[in-house]
Ligand binder design. Structure first.
Ligand code: PLP
Length: 373
């Protein structure tokens, strides 16, 4: 059954965004496309297959399970880097599926080496360095060396070394990022002096790729920018990227109610005058933040209309009094590509007090993704 509420995903815009990023990069810098969390809600498998056609052969996800999903969907030739450490119980499966693992402790290195030896299968790793997130990674040269020394080099190849910036989007404080980069460089240079070799040294996410061209090194890891958004609105206009997803719905029911009519659960809204209300079959179970109750906006016939009352699990109500000739079946747009009338995701985020990464990732599986070129 076809649902009239869906996420329309324009794959030509994805190609456009990749092209824009390539303009920033030298020929020596590879792209890793970050497709964790179901490709930031866009559908990891279709996004990965489209990117493969565009020549991208390196992907990154957060979890081993996300890597396996891509392998099972037929992405057998690409490199897939897993950002978080793999639990001991899953290391063998990760090796068998040729997932590139992130390591940063001697204990992880020892487990991986032992399991690769037992399986008689090679494995590839990237060494993570923590230069300022206090999240994951070796926090000193000593920790990095101890990790590398615990690897059985007969079975394990160290393909890369990387770190992650905490403030790559902060236009006011580039010094934070400079400081992290210097720490990273000191560590990889010291390791190289000791004879270690890394094919891919990398540190830039989307915002750092745009803002710090000197830090591209051998590879950049782009996520949000590829989907068409800047990490921070202060970066708008720095790179020509377009949202690739637009959320569409249609009016399921429309009616006019008298003044003083309570709307939705809890009666948090009463109409002030006779009001034309449109109901959409779209709710928080699809990913509309409930905090958009009495505040969020949609677009009908080029006019912006407000949500009234609470967002329900599967439905929400709009005040469409100002829109002439609304009828059941009319298309309604939420955020998305402004070229086709989608609202700005950033505005939705300000209204809902959510982060744009979060709104995208929260789009539920129930919401169909419709792809076109
Ligand atoms: C998510 C993630 C990225 C991609 O970040 P964007 O801001 O979406 O470009 C890059 N590197 C790491 C380690 C990540 O976790």
């Amino acid at each position: 059954m076809k649902r009239e509420t869906y996420a329309e995903i324009n794959l030509s815009n994805l190609a456009h965004n990749i092209h824009s990023f390539k303009q920033l990069l030298s020929n020596d810098t590879a792209i890793t496309s970050v497709i964790k969390a179901n490709g930031y809600g866009h559908g990891a498998v279709t996004i990965a297959k489209t990117l493969t056609e565009l020549g991208i052969d390196r992907f990154a996800v957060a979890l081993g399970q996300e890597g396996i999903e891509l392998r099972e969907a037929g992405l057998t030739d690409s490199s897939i880097l897993i950002f978080t450490p793999i639990d001991e119980a899953n290391v063998a499966e990760a090796i068998r599926n040729q997932l590139t693992m992130t390591i940063f402790t001697p204990a992880q290195a020892a487990i991986l080496s032992q399991q690769a030896r037992e399986l008689q299968l090679p494995a590839t790793v990237h060494l993570k360095v923590d230069t300022g997130m206090a999240r994951l990674g070796a926090r000193s040269l000593e920790e990095a060396i101890a990790t590398l020394e615990a690897l059985d080099t007969e079975w394990i190849t160290v393909e890369g070394i990387y770190t992650h910036f905490a403030n790559g989007d902060d236009l006011d404080h580039p010094e934070y990022t400079h400081q992290q980069f210097n720490t990273f460089r000191d560590i990889f240079e010291a390791l190289e002096e000791q004879g270690y070799h890394f094919t891919f040294k990398h540190c830039c996410n989307s915002s750092a790729t745009i803002r710090f061209p000197d830090y591209h090194l051998d590879m950049v890891r782009i996520g949000l920018g590829m989907y068409g958004y800047n990490t921070d609105s202060s970066m708008d206009g720095l790179l020509d990227i377009r949202p690739i997803m637009t959320i569409k719905s249609h009016i399921a029911h429309v009616k006019t109610v008298p003044a003083d009519t309570p709307v939705s659960y809890g009666w948090s809204h009463y109409t002030k005058q006779p009001t034309k209300i449109a109901t959409l079959a779209l709710g928080y179970a699809d990913g509309v933040p409930r905090s958009l109750s009495n505040g969020g906006q949609f677009k009908i016939r080029d006019q912006i209309v407000p949500i009234i009352g609470r967002v329900c699990m599967d439905q929400l109500m709009l005040d469409v009094s100002e829109v002439e000739e609304v009828a059941v079946g009319d298309t309604v747009l939420w955020f998305g590509d402004e070229a086709i009338g989608g609202l700005n995701l950033e505005d939705t985020c300000i209204m809902s007090n959510h982060y744009h990464y979060e709104v995208l990732c929260n789009l539920n599986q129930r919401l169909p993704r419709i792809y076109h070129n």
